[in-house]
Design a protein around this ligand. Structure first.
Ligand SMILES: *Cc1c(COP(=O)(O)O)cnc(C)c1O
Length: 367
């Protein structure tokens, strides 16, 4: 095999149980975007087996894929625009988030044989999804043809727990929930917390939390919230690739497109069989791989299918060996956090962008 992402489903189960305990409420496992690159169906099944109460996805197509795999747990899809096939969603018992009167009208029209199960999304200050300017126009009559089963919002700055915007959003959420109660839906499921809020702000747990990144064992923000291990989480993904070629070069040898870097001493180079087509960020100069018990930094530009690392003159690495691109860091290897920092991005993007050419292998970590 050239490259593979090893996914430890027992780590995902552990994290789900840890997060359920921490939040003290119901848990919606966020499995959008192919479960943050970890694989939609296996992760959904593992999360449910560990006690997750709901699954959450962005797209209706993702929810349909879960149903077609035989998963009958409650599923919420929250990025479903007007014009979507609401009839199919209702047939498959997929709960839909609604953020506009137009979408609510279309869902109501589709609720002929069975009432749609709807979560009202409200904008409490992020200015992204959710009712805002239309909120004052929304009346009980608009909701008469559907079942309002949930009301939710999303934090903009939960990874900065001291920011006043969190408190402002919480207060607005409470006020907006009152309106939904007044429509005659007293048991509506209130949910507001993402991973960061679940880990740091228990006052926002309400009836359910929606955990994504933490379920995969990664910290929402290492700088403000601490590392994955300090949060009691276990990273579930290890990415590894084959060393395609090893070669000795003298000092001053230019490497890669544009000859942006040259070797500073006589050394041994390793060519790793992964590139930006596989999700390796082209700008990640400060990252590298773990091989033969040490870190080997990237040298030169990342190409589409390969990148070069400086193994060091004394390296015993050979072509055909595996290198660890990132792992949980326990042996000194680079982590998804390191790759995020090295590419002016975040761990979320690093794991989610791993491309379809990389098979996901479900196995305990091979450390
Ligand atoms: C992606 C997403 C989440 C999960 O956020 P994490 O920070 O990964 O926990 C929760 N809620 C909504 C609406 C989302 O889109």
């Amino acid at each position: 095999m050239r490259a593979e992402a090893l996914i430890d489903l027992s780590a995902i189960k552990f994290n789900v149980q840890h997060l359920k305990k921490t939040s003290g409420t119901n848990l919606l496992a966020v499995v959008k975007a192919d479960a943050y690159g970890h694989g939609l169906i296996p992760v959904a099944q593992a999360a449910l087996a560990a006690g997750a109460d709901y699954l959450g996805v962005a797209l209706l197509e993702e929810a349909i894929t879960l149903r077609e795999a035989g998963i009958d747990a409650p599923i919420l899809a929250w990025l479903v625009q007007p014009g979507s096939d609401f009839t199919r969603a209702i047939e498959l018992d997929i709960e839909i988030a609604v953020a506009s009167l137009k979408a609510l009208q279309e869902i109501s029209d589709a609720s002929t044989l069975k009432k749609a199960r709807v979560h009202l999304e409200i904008d409490t200050g992020m200015s992204r999804g959710g009712f805002l300017s239309e909120w004052d126009q929304l009346t009980a009559a608009h909701c008469a043809a559907v079942d309002i089963v949930g009301v939710y919002s999303h934090f903009a700055r939960a990874d900065e727990p001291e920011e006043k915007q969190n408190q402002d959003q919480l207060e607005r959420f409470n006020a907006m929930v009152k309106k939904v109660h007044s429509f005659g839906f007293p048991d509506v499921i209130r949910h507001l917390s993402n991973s960061a809020a679940t880990l740091k702000s228990h006052s926002a747990a309400f009836d359910m939390v929606r955990t994504g990144i933490s379920m995969y064992g990664l910290s929402p923000d290492v700088k403000t919230l601490g590392s994955s291990s300090s949060l009691g989480l276990r990273p579930a993904m290890q990415l590894r690739a084959a060393l395609y070629l090893v070669k000795d070069v003298p000092a001053g040898t230019p490497v890669g497109y544009g000859a942006t870097e040259s070797t500073s001493a006589d050394t041994r180079l390793g060519v790793v069989a992964m590139g930006y087509a596989d999700g390796i960020p082209r700008i990640a100069h400060a990252a590298g791989v773990w091989i033969a018990g040490k870190r080997a930094p990237i040298i030169g530009r990342v190409s589409m299918d390969q990148f070069v690392v400086d193994l060091g003159a004394a390296s015993t690495a050979q072509s055909g060996d595996w290198v660890t691109v990132f792992g949980n860091g326990s042996h000194g290897e680079y982590t998804a956090d390191d790759w995020g920092a090295a590419s002016q991005s975040i761990n979320y993007e690093i794991v989610t962008r791993i491309g379809p050419r990389v098979p996901r292998i479900y196995a305990p970590h091979v450390y």
